[in-house]
Design a protein around this ligand. Structure first.
Ligand code: GLN
Length: 218
């Protein structure tokens, strides 16, 4: 699976290395055409205001919307989460609205208040860098990890989002969650739909071998 990392501004390099470690082909994305040519996308941390301005200036917003509409898996971290939230405060800012959550920017304080913590279940180290806080999450948004009771890792369908920086440090489970598990799900769906549509045993056999090939490459 070819996963792009938006590389206009911010922490793209460490994400690209993390993706390579879990076996994804990785490209740095700086154009609308590149967005149309990938199977999944990382929206990295950085400065969401700058990233939004650059996405506008480079005419990439339409291609981003297309990517989301075709159900591509997305991992959005920190500024990336701010870009895709339904509502942004602290201060208010335009956003893509892919996830029905409200986030407050810089909600732990200034750069000096950046810190490393652990998720409440102890499963993840959490690197917070001028991080946002999720102030509201709609009922359908799944909370995968919390810090002191507050959601910090969430998922809705193919979109996984974190208020922290999972690419810093050695834990790759969040990249795996965003991309490897969704590829298995997509492959399983392709098989089911093709079998249902064509019914024939030959089709089912052909799709199964594609599926097996895909899973083997994970
Ligand atoms: N404070 C940044 C913003 O508001 C986010 C920080 C980060 O991505 N580490 O966009």
């Amino acid at each position: 699976m070819k996963v792009g990392v938006l590389a206009l501004q911010g922490a793209a390099g460490a994400h690209a290395r993390a993706l390579a470690e879990i076996g994804c082909e990785t490209v740095l994305v700086r154009t609308a055409a590149a967005l149309d040519a990938i199977d999944g996308l990382v929206l990295p941390g950085g400065e969401s205001t700058v990233q939004l301005a650059m996405l506008r200036r480079l005419g990439m917003l339409e291609a981003l919307a297309r990517l989301h509409r075709r159900g591509a898996p997305v991992l959005a971290t920190c500024a990336g989460l701010i870009l895709i939230a339904r509502r942004v405060t602290g201060p208010e800012q335009a956003s893509l609205g892919w996830l029905d959550v409200e986030v407050e920017r810089n909600a732990y304080g200034t750069q000096l208040d950046s810190f490393i913590g652990a998720s409440d279940d102890g499963a993840h180290d959490l690197v917070f860098i001028r991080a946002p806080r999720i102030r509201r999450a709609a009922a359908g948004v799944e909370v995968l990890a919390r810090h002191r009771g507050e959601p910090v890792l969430i998922r809705k369908d193919n979109v996984v989002a974190a208020t922290f920086h999972p690419e810093l440090g050695a834990d790759r489970t969040i990249h795996e969650l965003a991309f490897r598990s969704s590829l298995v799900a997509v492959a399983a769906r392709v098989e089911l739909e093709a079998t249902a549509a064509h019914g024939g045993r030959e089709t089912a056999h052909a799709v199964r071998s594609v599926h097996t090939g895909l899973v083997a490459r994970l």
